[in-house]
Design a protein around this ligand. Structure first.
Ligand code: ADP
Length: 160
């Protein structure tokens, strides 16, 4: 069974992520979407909330599993028996960092390969950070995130 892992912060999930998930799920038998539990960052959504957002918007994809993980991605890939790590490349700025991580991971475990998908042009500009920035000023985020998540994102800012 060919299993890939698509890790990320997904804080919040954007159309860019959905696009990556839909495209990579077609290439493998099972796609594990893994939310990184990163205590260093100060996330808008809890890990549980991010997992449930991902669950909700990927209901139409049969060969997918949503999880969360702590620690090193390469160790978690081994734990779920994934031979492929999927990452997205938006711009040159993503490339340098991603290349370094991919090469490091390959040294740690040569059985796991990183596969990069280039972003779809319509989402090339899109990041979770942009969504948060626009939402924090009450701007229109309907072009950036699935409709069912919009209210939840605004709600985070209205409580502040
Ligand atoms: P991380 O903090 O690990 O970068 P993100 O949630 O920002 O987590 O992104 C997860 C993955 O999705 C990364 O590989 C990132 O490059 C990719 N990604 C994010 N936004 C887009 C987009 N608009 N188009 C394609 N890939 C994207």
């Amino acid at each position: 069974m060919k299993r890939a892992i698509y890790p990320g912060s997904f804080d919040p999930v954007t159309f860019g992520h959905v696009d990556m998930i839909e495209r990579s799920a077609k290439m493998v038998d099972e796609l594990v979407v893994a939310v990184l539990i990163n205590s260093a960052k100060n996330p808008l959504f809890s890990v549980k909330e991010r997992v449930s957002m991902l669950d909700e918007i990927t209901g139409h994809i049969p060969n997918i599993r949503i999880t969360s993980f702590d620690g090193l991605l390469i160790d978690y890939a081994r734990e779920v028996d994934a031979s492929i790590i999927v990452r997205g490349l938006r711009a040159v700025t993503d490339f340098e960092y991603e290349l370094q991580i991919a090469q490091t991971n390959r040294i740690v475990n040569s059985k796991v390969d990183t596969v990069f998908l280039t972003t779809s042009l319509e989402y090339a500009y899109l990041s979770s950070t942009i969504v948060k920035e626009v939402a924090s000023y009450g701007g229109d985020i309907s072009h950036f995130v699935p409709e069912q998540l919009i209210g939840r994102i605004y709600e985070k800012y209205s409580r502040e």
